[in-house]
Design a protein around this ligand. Sequence first.
Ligand code: SAM
Length: 219
Amino acid sequence: MALTKNQLIDLYRLRAGWYDFSANLYYLIGFREARYRKQAVAALGLKPGDTVVEIGCGTGLNFKNLREAVGEEGRIVGVDLTDAMLDQAEQRIARQGWTNVMLVQCDAATYEFPPEVQGVLSTFALTLVPEYERVIARATDALATGGRLVVLDFRQPENWPLWLVRLGVLITQPFGVSLDLAARKPWEAMQQHFPLVTTQYLFGGFVYIAAGEGRKPGN
Ligand SMILES: C[S@@+](CC[C@H](N)C(=O)[O-])C[C@H]1O[C@@H](n2cnc3c(N)ncnc32)[C@H](O)[C@@H]1O
């Protein structure tokens, strides 16, 4: 069963202190997390001076790449549900002396995006949000012309046997992943809102990066 929001908060409060370390452990099975993050940020197509919102930013593992893309003059807004994850992000920001990264503790489902942002990113987080379709709709509305929404997340590959899918879920379970999350398909919701969605598949199809751009007539 998918975890409730309170269960997710409890889980991430427990994990926050060693989240970055545990994320690195996945390298042992060939999961090239840092590379996937770079690819996702590159897919945003950001320029110096841009504003980008990260949904479910956690401890801020994408902030360095995002800062490199938007520069000192750009702005990064990290949104997350879990206080303890944001505490870790805050410590990262202080350690690095970054002045253009702000944090918001909020459920993504109710977050009011600032208007006219150039990018919205979510990595390994959007599928955990039951109202992900609403988040995508709101992100679409918030994007300036030419802005993009990029989602990096897990999905159930069509061609994997069930035992392999179960293994994938088991390995990612410490982060709140469960088999029934396979029914949540953010990339399909993105296709409803964006005329153009480009998708890359990684790690044997268990991971995807979807980038949506443009506005459908009537949206
Ligand atoms: C697997 S972590 C990913 C963190 C970060 N994006 C990364 O790539 O390292 C999932 C994050 O999503 C956050 N999250 C889960 N549900 C959320 C919601 N409804 N609104 C905002 N954040 C949420 C959790 O608190 C957690 O920090």
